[in-house]
Ligand binder design. Structure first.
Ligand code: PMP
Length: 295
């Protein structure tokens, strides 16, 4: 844990977290009317900053909220936040809501968005957990049709994730019924992207409106291509998920994590697979390069 009180950014100023308050009529509180980003920081260097800022723009466009800052301003704010907080490795959280206004669903006019940013110590899963892998369950993806927007209204994700916790598992692998082509297909996890290994080939669902375009997802695909791992980005059927030799979850905080049990049954031989081990090495090497400023 950080030795000092975390410093956050709110309403245009940096302040200790215990002094940060928002009015109850903030639309983030009332409607979940906002978007967010989570950016890992290694050795005080933000990981894939440009990509995160670009995804933030995509989310803002998705909810029709004007970006309150230029890319250069965001970079400056994030740099300042990292510098004001303890820890070489941090996790930066930033959220923008449509601001404070009388409760009415329609967009308010002339209201300033609320910008909140905080940094927490970065905690990656333990080596023990990565050595055994985690359990997951499957569930029907019952979310809306704009899962590409990183919206703060996460109630479906919260409920889905709790299903996993209740089952003693770490993640929910979401399957969605599609009309064309008919069948149930993999979308993502409640808080991560999901990869499938079938016959030595890495399969990943396409980045469309049914999943969050993960920054880690992109890194994993780039590393696969760079290291001659066969990789196919296409619809992945429920059957392919259930008969996978390996399943991985990816996210900024979990990095690449093997899922070794699905719905109580072992995935492959129930241990982290050979392709995961390769990918994890490539990922760690990449992280080292980021730490050295060469990412
Ligand atoms: N999908 C969902 C629903 C998520 O919440 C996350 C993590 N925020 C991801 C995918 C992974 O995205 P990233 O690799 O950018 O953390």
């Amino acid at each position: 844990m950080s030795a000092h009180t975390p410093i956050v950014y709110l309403h245009g100023v940096f302040m200790p977290i215990d002094q940060a308050h928002i009015p109850v009529l903030d639309r983030g509180f009332i409607f979940g009317d906002g978007v967010y980003e989570v950016i890992p920081v290694y050795s005080r260097r933000p990981f894939r900053l440009q990509e995160h800022v670009r995804r933030l723009q995509h989310s803002l466009d998705g909810i029709r909220l004007k970006n309150p800052h230029t890319d250069a301003e965001w970079t400056d704010l994030i740099t300042q936040l990292i510098a004001r907080n303890d820890g070489e490795d941090q996790s930066v959280y930033m959220q923008i809501t449509r601001g404070v206004a009388k409760r009415d669903h329609a967009f308010p006019v002339g209201v300033k968005p609320t910008i909140f940013m905080m940094s927490s110590p970065m905690t990656v899963p333990t080596a023990e957990l990565r050595a055994t892998g985690v359990g997951a369950i499957t569930a029907t993806d019952n979310r809306w049709l704009r899962c590409d927007i990183k919206a703060t209204s996460l109630l479906p994700n919260v409920l889905l994730r709790q299903l996993a916790v209740d089952a003693g598992a770490m993640e929910v692998v979401l399957l969605r019924e599609l009309a064309k082509p008919p069948g149930r297909y993999l979308t993502e996890g409640a808080a991560s992207n999901i990869f499938v290994v079938q016959n030595g080939t890495l399969l990943a669902p396409p980045k469309d409106h049914l999943m969050l375009p993960g920054i880690t997802y992109d890194v994993v695909i780039e590393l696969a291509v760079a290291n001659n791992i066969r990789c196919e980005v296409r619809l992945v059927s429920e059957h392919e998920v259930r008969t996978a030799q390996e399943l991985w979850q990816t996210s900024s905080l979990r990095e690449v994590m093997p899922i070794t049990a699905l719905d109580g049954k072992p995935v492959g031989d129930g241990k982290p697979g050979p392709l995961f081990k390769k990918m994890y090495t490539f990922y760690q090497d990449y992280k080292q390069a980021v730490r050295a400023g060469k990412g």
